[in-house]
Design a binder for this molecule. Structure first.
Ligand code: PHE
Length: 467
């Protein structure tokens, strides 16, 4: 029954699809906010070091696992561990994690869609009121948007790897780059914009404490879509002749450039509106930033460019975030879909229906945990704080498990699959990699300090968030 595995059609197609996964709400909003609050240029430097020295080798390891086995994460771990029961655990974690992250990420994406439609229909003034968000997320229209979002994402997936995922990325990613650069150019030409740039880039070493460094690492890891089985799955669709190291570098670089550029959009926009602003006042959460803070700023732009101009600006912004979120969701939902196809021999369409059905139920529960359903809103109490169902899913699968999954990837690749096999896979399609400094670095670091750092991030997060 095993038909030949579908592959990405071209190397650039793979890079855009993987970059589409990596570029998400995290890049456009969480990163600029974190950078601003955590020491500007100093944070950028720490972040870049983490991306290229710690995360990039993990990305190569995940891609190699996928490409070697041409399987989903569960299958990849099973095949390369020779059926070991213990090593099945990371495979299942690499399935459960993306499945659950998708559930809360889709709810946030649905809100972005709602905001986009509101700005397109001329309701920017309402969005800026501060009360809109609470009302909107508790109105039944959210369910209608949820269905629309699921149809779009699963529609792309149903077209397959090459005609669905790759084609969507090839269309949407260039669009995203153009919109982002367009908005940046516009904003930089506005009054006081340079104050924002200055704040963003000036290094403030005094802000770099252990927590900031920990968050920079966690942010980098999430931003590159690691620990979610995504790169294993996308790796399984890579052709043998396409170089893993070079492609992974291109993905990491694109992701980091987009995050950096997003900072050149967000900060100057804020400073233009309020040159006196103290960035400590900025909301910590991405949701607070996107749905409460930025709409006020967009609305204030009307003094300069009129209501229509301000609405257009806001629409492009929300559309940009929506595109970034869609390509991320496609990648993350592909993981359980691929697993059902590979492990259960399910037909692709049937796998898509199965995953979508289960996710719809859980996403509805997440969407209802902001007041619509009392028991979901006050779902559990952790460290003396009430957490909603949405918060709980986010806490476990986004904040906690990712570094653990990453740690398991490193240990598995180096000590179970074995360094020599991994190394041979990296050289397949990239004969020039042998003997380079990067090769030595990747092989050494993945078995030593990278897992150690990921372990520290994991322990730190548990200590900080659960007690
Ligand atoms: N890299 C994505 C981001 O920054 C993370 C992500 C990937 C989230 C895939 C969901 C799905 O937002």
């Amino acid at each position: 029954m095993s038909a030949a595995r579908e592959h990405f059609g071209s190397r650039i197609g793979f890079i855009l699809a993987a970059a589409g996964s990596a570029v998400g709400i995290g890049n456009l909003v969480a990163f600029p906010v974190a950078a601003t609050k955590s020491g500007g240029g100093a944070f950028l430097l720490v972040y870049a070091l983490f991306v290229f020295l710690i995360c990039l080798p993990v990305m190569m390891a995940e891609l190699a696992l996928g490409r070697r086995t041409e399987k989903d994460p569960v299958g990849a771990y099973r095949q390369l561990s020779g059926g070991s029961r213990l090593w099945r655990i990371p495979g299942w974690l690499a399935l459960l994690t993306p499945f659950m992250i998708a559930v809360f990420y889709i709810v946030v994406t649905v809100w972005v869609l709602g905001y986009l439609l509101a700005t397109l229909t001329g309701n920017l003034d309402q969005l800026a009121s501060g009360e809109y968000f609470g009302q909107f997320i508790n109105s039944p229209i959210v369910f209608a948007y949820l269905i629309v979002m699921m149809l779009v994402i699963n529609g792309i997936l149903a077209m397959g790897v090459k005609d669905g995922i790759e084609r969507a990325a090839k269309t949407l990613m260039p669009m995203l780059f153009v919109m982002l650069v367009g908005l940046v150019i516009f904003v930089l030409s506005q009054e006081n914009a340079m104050l924002g740039v200055k704040y963003y880039l000036t290094p403030d070493l005094s802000k770099l404490n252990a927590e900031v460094v920990n968050n920079a690492m966690a942010q980098a890891f999430f931003s590159l879509s690691l620990g979610m089985g995504i790169m294993i799955t996308y790796g399984s669709y890579m052709k043998k002749r396409d170089a893993i190291p070079g492609s992974a570098k291109a993905v990491a670089l694109t992701d980091t450039m987009v995050a950096f550029t997003a900072g050149l959009l967000i900060l100057p926009t804020i400073f233009h509106f309020n040159p006196q602003i103290d960035p400590a006042e900025l909301s910590d959460s991405s949701a607070g930033m996107i749905f409460l803070f930025l709409p006020k700023i967009f609305y204030a732009l009307q003094d300069n460019i009129g209501y229509f101009g301000a609405s257009a600006f806001a629409s492009v912004f929300f559309f940009l975030v929506l595109v970034a979120a869609i390509t991320s969701l496609v990648s993350i939902i592909e993981v359980p879909v691929a697993t059902l196809c590979d492990e259960k021999g399910m037909e692709r369409k049937k796998a898509i229906y199965t995953v979508a059905g289960a996710q719809l139920v859980l996403a509805i529960a997440c969407a209802m945990s902001f007041g619509m359903a009392g028991w979901l809103t006050q779902f559990v109490s952790i460290a003396g704080e009430n957490k909603s169902f949405f918060d709980l899913v986010e806490l476990i699968f986004y904040s906690t498990i990712l570094p653990l999954n990453g740690l398991l990837v490193c240990l598995f690749v180096i000590y179970k699959w074995k360094k020599s096999n991994f190394d041979a896979e990296l050289q397949e399609g990239d004969s020039g990699f042998a003997g380079t400094l990067s090769q030595k670095y990747v092989n050494f670091s993945l078995g030593t300090f990278i897992p150690l750092i990921l372990l520290l991030v994991f322990i730190n997060t548990v200590a900080e968030k659960y007690f």
